[in-house]
Design a protein around this ligand. Structure first.
Ligand SMILES: CCCCCCCC/C=C\CCCCCCCCCCCC(=O)SCCNC(=O)CCNC(=O)[C@H](O)C(C)(C)COP(=O)(O)OP(=O)(O)OC[C@H]1O[C@@H](n2cnc3c(N)ncnc32)[C@H](O)[C@@H]1OP(=O)(O)O
Ligand SMILES: Cc1cc2nc3c(=O)[nH]c(=O)nc-3n(C[C@H](O)[C@H](O)[C@H](O)COP(=O)(O)OP(=O)(O)OC[C@H]3O[C@@H](n4cnc5c(N)ncnc54)[C@H](O)[C@@H]3O)c2cc1C
Length: 664
């Protein structure tokens, strides 16, 4: 803090809860808090990890700088003997998208999830030591969402006991894989398996792409970067790549063979694991993306909240200070639901991590029963949380007025880095439609004796939910979690049943599904919001120590669900889950909760425990010393290197001269 002055000190004094304890709740445990606190400071205090000027660097310099940071990070990880958890925290706090995200986040998980024990034994030690660097090469120029439509072929040659990997068309060029463009030595490449002239669906193959000696592409491989992406700096630190194969040969044992095996004589043998396990890496990453959503959203909210307390506009009395913009009810009604959503996504992410770990343990014991639930939850929650987060970051930019548009606010880059999360790892609409299929299947099976399980279990009480009448009579009734849960369950169930009824009128169900897809997506949103609300409420049933901590979380939970109820009151009213009067009472209660959040707002964002380095925002500085730092930063812009700009003599002077002579 400059000169030790904390311009937000008065705000911090208003807090009605134990911030230190809230930091632990946010981190998930004492252990995680300790690691994240230590590692974030280690990164922040190391000048080699400085983020200055990232948005101003030309692409080549930006990329080289990312390589430098990634290699230095790896050195620190080894020198300090960091554990896997500490190492991943370090990469997180370095906060620069890089090939390492795909190496650790997709290449290794793909081998772990789809490789046999033998394959794991061969490849994982190399990957763990970064003696090879891998990417996840699935998407093609012509096909991304439709994985079954991929065109790359892997044809078995029994003569040589090899697969021939080939890109038969331009549209079959691999296109997008991160880390592929300039760095990866290997990739897990997804291709259509062909043996003896027969097609056997999409499978993953470990393919070496570049020579380990000099990094040149192997024969038959064309490889490069796909070009600049949205925003300055931002995701351009990543070498998303293009890749073409011209009959590239790999040994048979480089097909990932946990799901299916190809024998020496070219027979395809299916294991007893479902074919969907080929998609397992995507399930894993979707789960991590839900956890990331709370990080990105909380970061934007932290910046907007601190700045809203610093910024003053209008309302000065007798020459006194103007009103802090955070005191405007409109500002609160835009900001506090995002603050509450950040907490909500944190807890649903925690739960989803647990669900994924549980599914993984079951898969190892050949129990595949919970795979559809894992797919539905990861697909639906990935879509919901990334859409809200992307929109939320943009809302935070607007909440910061003009200064939010400056790169030094950190918000433009955060938005540019974050927004592709709505597309990668499954386009949000495509994934919602996957959940819609599962919801419709669940509804169609009601009454068959097969009870819905997991997050669909509420559908098992369909008779009750279809008859449900909300009995809220006064605003405070909306603070009762049981009432809220039933209202959200009834809304989701009724929207699904209504879609199912409409679907049943179509002779061709696929045509019906396509025709009703927009309604189905709305039903899925209602279902996913119910999951988030219910996991927040479950969190509050745990023992949460610390003065006032649970009370603050209750308030945030209330803000989260009442804001949703208000925003989607059309759904609640149309399905007769609430009356107009009850919807209006919900809004009254929401306003009361906003006023309870207000004194705690700064402390609630302090609980994220973000360093100024990680936030990368002058508006979000911990000490609130915004104006002098904005002023100082402006002078560092290269345009201000000279008083008279380059180009003056060439373009400005002749212009001015011409106008002067025209006047004369
Ligand atoms: C200021 C500084 C700024 C810094 C800011 C920092 C901010 C930090 C924030 C964020 C950082 C994020 C960090 C993360 C880094 C991530 C890097 C990017 C990685 C991106 C990688 C990729 O994109 S990889 C490519 C992904 N591709 C996809 O997802 C494709 C999507 N398509 C599909 O998944 C499938 O094609 C499909 C599911 C849509 C259809 O498949 P298919 O046709 O085969 O199936 P069906 O519809 O017929 O279904 C058959 C059957 O299978 C079931 N099923 C489908 N999928 C799955 C599955 N995955 N698991 C289990 N089961 C599945 C389906 O339900 C059907 O079941 P039935 O019972 O038969 O009905
Ligand atoms: C930053 C970034 C990083 C990436 N990293 C990787 C990587 O490492 N590895 C990799 O393999 N891939 C990667 N990808 C690719 C990514 O996974 C795909 O772009 C993504 O799956 C979406 O597929 P698409 O591009 O084919 O979109 P499309 O499917 O072409 O989507 C275009 C539009 O069509 C709509 N649409 C498509 N199908 C349907 C349908 N059935 N019903 C209704 N609407 C539909 C979509 O909603 C969207 O509005 C990355 C992409 C980005 C942007």
């Amino acid at each position: 803090m400059e000169g030790g002055v904390d311009y937000l000190a008065d705000e911090r004094k208003k807090a009605e809860f134990d911030v230190q304890q809230m930091k632990i709740v946010w981190a998930g445990s004492h252990h995680t808090f300790e690691i994240s606190d230590r590692i974030s400071k280690l990164v922040a205090n190391d000048p080699a990890f400085s983020k200055d000027e990232r948005t101003m660097l030309p692409r080549k310099e930006l990329f080289k700088n990312t390589l430098r940071k990634a290699s230095y990070a790896w050195k620190r990880i080894n020198d300090l003997h960091l554990s896997e958890e500490e190492a991943s925290q370090l990469r997180f706090y370095v906060d620069e998208p890089a090939f390492t995200d795909l190496h650790w986040g997709m290449f290794i998980p793909a081998i772990k999830g789809q490789g046999t024990d033998e394959q794991q034994k061969k490849w994982l030690p190399l990957a763990y030591k970064m003696q090879i660097i891998g990417c996840y090469a699935q998407t093609e120029l012509g096909h991304g969402s439709n994985v079954q439509g991929l065109e790359t072929t892997a044809t078995f040659d029994p003569q040589t006991d090899e697969f021939v990997i080939h890109s038969p068309t331009l549209t079959s060029s691999k296109w997008w894989p991160g880390g592929l463009g300039k760095v990866s030595t290997h990739g897990v490449v997804y291709a259509r398996l062909i043996t003896d002239g027969q097609e056997h669906g999409i499978h993953g193959f470990i393919v070496q792409l570049r020579r380990l000696e000099d990094h040149r592409p192997l024969p038959g491989i064309i490889i490069g970067d796909i070009g600049m992406k949205f925003g300055n700096g931002a995701y351009n630190t990543m070498d998303n790549g293009v890749l073409r194969f011209d009959h590239v040969r790999i040994p048979r044992d480089q097909m990932l063979m946990r799901v299916s095996q190809v024998t020496r004589d070219g027979k395809v043998v299916q294991s007893d694991v479902p074919r969907q396990l080929v998609y397992g890496t995507m399930v894993y990453v979707r789960q991590t993306i839900v956890q990331d959503a709370s990080c990105a959203l909380s970061r934007a909210v932290c910046i907007a909240t601190r700045y809203s307390a610093v910024r003053r506009q209008f309302g000065s009395h007798n020459g006194g200070p103007e009103t802090q913009v955070i005191d405007y009810k409109t500002q609160q009604s835009r900001l506090f639901p995002l603050l509450a959503s950040a907490y909500a996504f944190r807890f649903v992410g925690e739960w989803l991590k647990w669900l994924y770990t549980d599914v993984t343990q079951r898969l190892q014991a050949n129990d595949f029963s919970t795979l559809p639930e894992a797919h539905a939850c990861t697909a639906g929650l990935k879509s919901l949380t990334t859409s809200v987060t992307a929109d939320g970051i943009e809302e935070c930019r607007k909440l910061c007025g003009g200064h939010g548009y400056l790169c030094t606010s950190g918000l433009p880059e955060l938005f540019a880095v974050y927004v592709p999360a709505c597309t990668y790892e499954g386009d949000n609409i495509v994934l919602m439609l996957q959940v819609a299929r599962i919801l419709m299947k669940t509804v169609s099976q009601l009454g068959s004796g097969k009870l819905p399980v997991g997050t669909m279990a509420y559908m098992g009480r369909i008779e009750h939910l279809l008859q449900y009448r909300c009995n809220v009579q006064k605003a405070e009734d909306w603070l009762n979690p049981a009432i809220v849960l039933e209202a959200f369950e009834a809304r989701a169930a009724r929207m699904s049943v209504s879609c199912a009824k409409k679907l049943s009128k179509f002779a061709n169900p696929e045509e019906g599904f396509a025709e009703l897809s927009a309604d189905l997506v709305e039903a899925v949103v209602a279902h996913c919001q119910l999951i988030v609300v219910s996991k927040f409420i479950e969190k509050l049933q745990q023992d949460i120590p610390g003065k006032g901590v649970k009370q603050q979380l209750k308030v945030l939970c209330g803000v989260y669900y009442l804001f949703l109820l208000h925003k989607h009151q059309g759904d609640f009213l149309a399905t007769s889950c609430v009356t107009p009067k009850q919807a209006s009472l919900a809004n009254d209660q929401l306003r009361v909760l906003y006023s309870q959040v207000r004194p705690n707002a700064i402390a609630l964002v302090d609980a994220f425990n973000y360093t100024d380095h990680f936030l990368g925002s002058i508006l979000g500085r911990y000490d609130g010393n915004v104006y002098p730092k904005l002023y100082e930063a402006a002078w560092k812009d290269p345009l201000n290197d000279s008083v008279v700009p380059d180009g003056y003599h060439q373009y400005i002077r002749p212009l001015l001269k011409q106008q002067r002579s025209a006047k004369l």
